[in-house]
Structure formats: structure tokens, C-alpha cells
Write a protein that binds this ligand. Sequence first.
Ligand code: HEC
Length: 137
Amino acid sequence: MKKVTALLFVAAIIYSCGDGQQNESESKSADTAATAPAPAQDTGGGAVGADAEKALTLIGGNDCTTCHAIDRKIIGPAYTDVAKKYEDTPANVDTLISKIKHGGSGNWGQIAMTPHPNLSDDDARTMVKYILSLKNQ
Ligand code: HEC
């Protein structure tokens, strides 16, 4: 009987040790989860950088630069002026995506932007988000 008690005791110690470790790793992962928002924001910043790079590649790869420059009017408005005119709201982003895809005039003058029907919504969104981010420059 003593042996069994001793065994149970040892088993209890082993069990509680194991449990303790588990708790430790659980609380570790809880800690990570609690601090996750901060690194996630950093990654968000990095992602914006990556998106800006992608946007510039898209803008350069399409014909946009024929009519637009970042900070001066060519045939179309400067992108910084577009950023000042429109808040970065989902509705404005959608409107501008549609404008780039379908073309048109009237918001900046009589000259029309050519349509870009082959542009994917995703690519157009990347460019619009980038253009609207130029507000503070
Ligand atoms: C043929 C010249 C031309 C090309 C090419 C062109 N644009 Fe434009 N863009 C314009 C003109 C002109 C306007 C102003 C239209 C207006 O008055 O509504 C404009 C307006 C815009 C606007 C603001 C739209 C609004 O309604 O206020 C955005 C954003 C824009 N262009 C992005 C782009 C992007 C991105 C590309 C490349 C995919 C591009 N443009 C290619 C001429 C052009």
C-alpha cells in the first residue's frame, strides 16, 4: 500500500510538473497573443511599404505616367492633389477604381482619362490606396 501511495505521489509530482510546464507555455502563448497587436501594426506598416512599391510598379507598368505625375499636373491631376480631394474611405476608393477602369472626365476638367478595362480591381485598388496615401506629402 505504501508503494502505491509513493507511486501516486511521484505520479502526482510528474503530473503537476507536466501541468506546470503546460501552463507556462499556455501563458506564454497568451502573452504573445496579448502583445500581438503591436507587431501586427508594424507588419501593417511594412505591408504599406510593400504595397507602395507594388503600386508604383503598377503605375509605371501601365500608361498612368503618360498623364499623371505624383506632384504636378500633366494631362491628369497630380496624385497628391487627388489625395487632397478624396478622403480614403471605402466609397471613394470604389469610385476611383471604377473611374480608372471606365475612364471619364468632369471632376478635374474637360479632358477625359482613358479607360483601363483590363486592369483588375485588386491592382486598381492597390494604386488608388497608394495615391490616396500621398495626402501628407
Ligand atoms: C490619357 C491620359 C490619362 C491616363 C493614361 C491616365 N489618366 Fe488618370 N486621369 C486623367 C485625367 C484627364 C483625369 C481627370 C478626369 C476628370 O476630370 O474627371 C484623371 C483622373 C484620375 C484620377 C482621379 C479621378 C477622379 O474622378 O477624380 C485618378 C485616381 C487617376 N486618374 C488615376 C490614374 C491611374 C492609376 C492611371 C493608370 C492606370 C491613369 N490615371 C491613367 C488622365 C489620364
